[in-house]
Ligand binder design. Structure first.
Ligand code: NAD
Ligand code: ZN
Length: 381
């Protein structure tokens, strides 16, 4: 194994990216750098089935060697997979269970999973005894490049997703590309949408790499069939996306401006997702959102058609949709516009959208005000 790379965020080298880190490398680093009397590993059943036993066995073995005088405890818990687990009730259940197990303020939570587990466990960590340390071990591509980085934690409410939460930074983020081998292909493609988004707002050269990699990355039936060459490419593009996110978050942790650029495709994407979830995945809705939001910029004369086509082609080459018609879904335009009103990014009722001026760059370094009529025009097509 090669040594993993380190990426700095908010002034510390807390992101570790590589292959075959799970479980030994991660346990060794946690025991050394995030010492505790109690570790709490939380996962969902899809992931736990494959990865938890290995961790428990290695943990028992390694603690016997590394910290044999004061061996820490390991508690584990598995949740049902899927967005419904990101709820107030699940949060309360975990808290009550931790309290009944006498977890004190030195407890370290370990989130092993996709964005659902990461957001939920992060929020538990943010408020448990006024805040305990937590470690992110993202297992989905989306979690590796997006949700595990930046410290946004949240749960959903009946009124909408992610409405209750906190900024709470993980102490460490271990990104192990090898874990992607068990990820279903549709989930892999889902994560590609966020990677395309990040390159589109920030780096033309990262975007070019994505354009050049689609045929090899999409040639596999499922991630478990991926060649070493494909995994090397994935490692490179994940590294690039993580580096951009880390840089953007480091300059604007609480999203007062620059960090808002990462919402490209999300203003319209979220509004569609609210209607079509769980039939359509987040990344699929964001892909359509990116095309529509780029069309707003094109209609303003800020983005030329060639650049728009380039974005569309890249999205298509990763098997992502560009329009609702393409996936045989219809949404009322009024409902989409209505949903866009409760967007956290808006100023009051004025909608704000990230506008590109070419692939790899935005008109302004923040989201810009747009009129409802502009949104309506691109949705009509
Ligand atoms: P998810 O956590 O539901 O994971 C998707 C599916 O893949 C699940 O069924 C899961 O069990 C399975 N899975 C994950 N990794 C696997 C692996 N290695 N092997 C086998 N199966 C695996 O969804 P997600 O797409 O990872 O995350 C979506 C969530 O992330 C949403 O709740 C969204 O709001 C949140 N999010 C948060 C941020 C943030 O900044 N905090 C950013 C983007 C998205
Ligand atoms: Zn997203």
């Amino acid at each position: 194994n090669e040594t993993p790379s380190r990426i700095s965020i908010l002034g510390s080298d807390s992101i570790i990216l590589g292959r075959n880190l799970w479980p030994q490398h991660i346990i060794e680093q946690i025991l050394r750098d995030v010492p505790s009397s109690t570790y709490v590993l939380i996962s969902d059943t899809n992931i736990a089935r494959v990865y938890t036993e290995q961790f428990q066995a290695k943990f028992g073995y390694l603690t016997g060697i590394i910290v044999k005088d004061r061996r820490p405890r390991l508690l584990t818990r598995e949740l049902p997979p899927g967005e419904p687990s990101k709820s107030r009730q699940t949060k309360a259940d975990i808290e009550d269970w931790m309290l009944s197990n006498n977890c004190t303020r030195d407890t370290v939570l370990i989130a092993l999973g996709g964005g659902v587990i990461g957001d939920l466990v992060g929020f538990v960590a943010a408020t448990y005894m006024r805040g305990v340390r937590f470690v992110q071990c993202p297992t989905s591509l989306l979690a590796m490049v997006d949700s595990s980085i930046g410290g946004k934690t949240a749960i959903d409410t009946p009124m909408g997703k992610n409405l209750i939460g906190a900024f709470w930074q993980p102490t460490k983020i271990f990104i192990d590309i090898s874990l992607l081998k068990t990820l279903p292909k549709r989930e892999f493609i889902n994560g590609m949408a966020e990677i395309i988004k990040t390159a589109a707002i920030w780096s033309e050269s990262d975007f070019r790499q994505l354009e050049a990699s689609s045929s090899i990355l999409m040639s596999f039936e499922k991630p478990s069939d991926m060649s070493e060459e494909a995994l090397n490419i994935i490692e490179r593009i994940v590294h690039a996306a993580v580096a951009v996110k880390a840089q953007v978050v480091s300059s604007d942790e609480k999203e007062t401006g620059l960090r808002g650029l990462l919402n490209f495709g999300h203003s319209i994407g979220h509004a569609i997702e609210a209607i079509l979830t769980p039939r359509m995945l987040h990344g699929e809705c964001v892909a359509i959102g990116m095309v529509k939001e780029a069309e707003i910029a094109r209609n303003r004369g800020d983005l030329d058609q060639i650049q728009l086509n380039r974005l569309r082609k890249c999205i298509m080459s990763y098997g992502l949709p560009q329009s609702l018609e393409e996936v045989g879904q219809a949404c009322s335009i009024d409902r989409i516009i209505q949903n866009m009103m409760i967007d956290k990014k808006n100023d009051g009722i004025q909608k704000k959208i990230v506008l590109l001026n070419r692939v790899g760059s935005c008109i302004e370094q923040k989201a810009m005000l747009v009129q409802d009529s502009e949104v309506r025009n691109v949705l009509l097509l």
